[in-house]
Design a protein around this ligand. Structure first.
Ligand code: PHB
Length: 365
């Protein structure tokens, strides 16, 4: 029987165990410039016993930023800042991949170059969704501007540049953020994509941008150091699709053909992303539903507890399980789960922004 403590080979990534630290927005980069710094290095190094750390979502260009304080990977200072993080994680014996991010419509003009409108596949605002302005004021989501077809190569190039910068910063690989209602997911799903060019309409067309990005990133790293995050049936950021099974079966088939290192599927039962503790029990179990559609390493995330994670790995529903909130509060989560030790409780008030409190001050056993 496979356990959380068994090693796992994911492409060129050799994980000593099957516990993954999920990508977690914490909004604590150094300002101005959205630059990772020593505090972030300490936080990640504390969690280096994870089989793999997936970094917080990191904008590949200024247009891709949607929240204050999230780090970027498009300036020399950011690359140097991330180098502090990767060196600290490696010194502590860990492995870390960078999550490449463009938020698309989930932004605000105050984050955009020249105060422009956020961009998206179509000029459709995300309802019941919000973000914060550059000066940390809560704001509803604006109606974005639809990207022109001739702007799409620039988006692909931004992801490729982010991937190259991640290499320079010393990461072990990258994860393409195709989930949670951000730009690539906005293209995938037909609730947000009403385009009539080759990037809209059919499933093949809606998946085109994601796959072009994945291919460009593979060109930088090789497929065996590239992962992709997807969230079928997720409703966070006002997402919907008329036929998720057909869409994600196609996408996972395409990713299988490319032999990428892993796919990271978010369970829709935790669809509030970081924003909510509500567990929606009536949602489909996507790891089970799509297990057969992806021929490769499957990481499952969303709403797991230690027992359900052990079960998912034992039953082969997933090859590894990712934890978010529990990893925030328990730097030594692997040891605690392995020894059935009690877990620290997380403090939601310190998830986003601030300093050491609720970030680097959670105790290990
Ligand atoms: C967030 O900042 O709230 C956030 C970022 C990335 C996600 C989900 C939520 O994938």
């Amino acid at each position: 029987m496979t356990t959380i403590n068994d090693p796992l080979i994911a492409g060129a990534l050799h994980l000593p165990n099957r516990l993954v630290m999920a990508p977690l927005t914490r909004m604590r980069s150094k300002q101005p410039g959205n630059i990772p710094h020593e505090l972030n290095a300490t936080y990640y190094a504390q969690r280096a016993s994870a089989g793999l750390i997936i970094s917080e979502a990191t904008q590949v260009c200024q247009q891709g930023q949607g929240y204050p304080g999230t780090p970027g990977i498009h300036s020399e200072e950011q690359i140097a800042g991330w180098r502090l993080v990767t060196d600290a994680v490696h010194s502590a014996g860990g492995r870390i991949v960078l999550q490449l991010w463009h938020v698309g419509r989930i932004s605000h003009s105050s984050h955009q170059p020249n105060d422009e409108l956020p961009v998206a596949p179509s000029a459709i605002a995300a309802k019941n969704s919000g973000t914060m302005t550059a000066d940390w004021k809560p704001t509803p989501i604006l109606t974005p501007r639809a990207l022109e077809t001739d702007e799409i190569p620039g988006i692909v190039a931004a992801f490729a540049a982010g991937a190259a910068n991640a290499k320079e910063a010393g990461f072990d690989g990258v994860e393409v953020h195709g989930a949670n209602g951000y730009l690539l997911d906005q293209f995938l799903q037909d609730g947000s994509n009403h385009r009539s060019d080759q990037y809209g309409g059919s499933i093949e067309n809606r998946a085109r941008l994601l796959l072009e990005v994945v291919d460009a990133v593979i060109g930088v790293w090789g497929a065996d150091r590239v992962g992709v995050r997807l969230s079928p049936y997720g409703t966070f950021n006002d997402m919907s699709d008329s036929d998720p099974v057909a869409l994600f079966t196609y996408v996972l088939g395409q990713l299988s053909d490319r032999s990428i290192a892993f796919v990271d599927l978010i369970e829709p039962r935790s669809s509030g992303a970081g924003g909510s503790d509500k567990v929606l029990e009536d949602k489909p179990d996507t790891a089970k539903l799509f297990r057969q559609s992806f021929r490769g390493v499957l990481v499952s995330a969303g709403g797991y507890q230690p027992d359900s994670a052990k079960e998912a790995v034992a039953e082969g529903i997933a090859d590894a399980v990712a934890f978010g909130r529990l990893f925030i509060a328990n730097p030594d989560l692997l040891r605690r789960i392995s020894e059935n030790a009690p877990l620290n409780r997380y403090d939601r008030a310190t998830f986003y922004g601030g300093g050491e409190k609720g970030y680097t001050d959670y105790p290990s056993l």
